[in-house]
Structures are given as C-alpha cells and as structure tokens.
Design a protein around this ligand. Structure first.
Ligand SMILES: [Zn+2]
Length: 143
C-alpha cells in the first residue's frame, strides 16, 4: 500500500487519528520502521514508502509504572494501581513501545494479567489534556 503523503511524524499521528498504524518500508532492502523513518537505518537509502501495519503483535517486555506523568495520574494510575508500558513485537517484525490497556482499569491493576508473549492488538488512545487539543496515540490491548 502506498500513500502520497510525505513521511513525517505529523502524518504518522494523522493516520493514528484515523485508526491506521502506518510505518515506512525501505524500497531498497525491505526493512520496515514504525514510527516511520525517512532514511533506512540498515542501508541508508532515502527511498522509503508508507506501509500499513496490521496492528497485531505480542508483548515482548513491559514495565508496570506506579509513579507516572501527570497525564496518567489524572486517569487514576498511582502507587499500587500502575499502568503498563510495553514493547510490542509487531507481526511484521518491528518492535514499538506503547501504553498497554486492559478491558478495565481493575484488570490493568492486577499485574498477573500481563504476560510476555500475550497477543495484543492496537488500540488508538485519545489523549485529552486540559487546555490542549485532543490528540491520538498508539496503544495496545489484549486480543
Ligand atoms: Zn534499506
């Protein structure tokens, strides 16, 4: 799949807002990147194109964060009620870090629910911070 839009982070986030996880693929060596890169890390080619990722992957590693940024505190995460920040291995290969959410906060607060290797799918998270325009960020949830 190719898109006419320039490969920029701005466009990456615009795609997220439309529930699309887009990365870039090197036309020369086939390496894929997400978030997208304009220059290939592997062969230094500048010929990259957009590709859409399925949004499916597995939890490669994670941290449960008890003391986080104000944005997370405002959502009820705190000491004893941590949020999960994980590294997700996408089925297309690359790894991406993101907030991993559960079906409910209570589910998220039980550390036994998070397991390395568990299947996840993308869940675009609407980020609402007082005094700012809402934005969208990449998150994941259990399949
Ligand atoms: Zn390359």
């Amino acid at each position: 799949m190719s898109e006419e839009k320039e490969i920029t982070l701005r466009n990456y986030f615009d795609f997220l807002a439309k529930d699309k996880l887009m990365g870039s693929k090197c036309k020369k060596c086939g390496e894929v990147f997400v978030p997208p890169k304009k220059i290939c890390n592997k062969c230094q080619s500048t010929e990259l194109e957009w590709i859409e990722f399925s949004g499916k992957g597995t939890l490669a590693t994670y941290s449960l964060i008890h003391v986080g940024a104000r944005y997370f505190s405002a959502q009820g995460y705190r000491m004893g009620k941590p949020y999960c920040f994980g590294v997700i291995k996408l089925e297309e290969g690359p790894r991406v870090s993101a907030h991993v959410v559960g079906p409910s906060k209570e589910w998220e607060f039980d550390p036994a629910n998070f397991k390395v290797g568990m299947p996840l799918k993308k869940k675009i998270i609407k980020v609402e911070i007082e005094g700012r325009e809402p934005s969208f960020d990449l998150g994941f949830e259990p399949v």
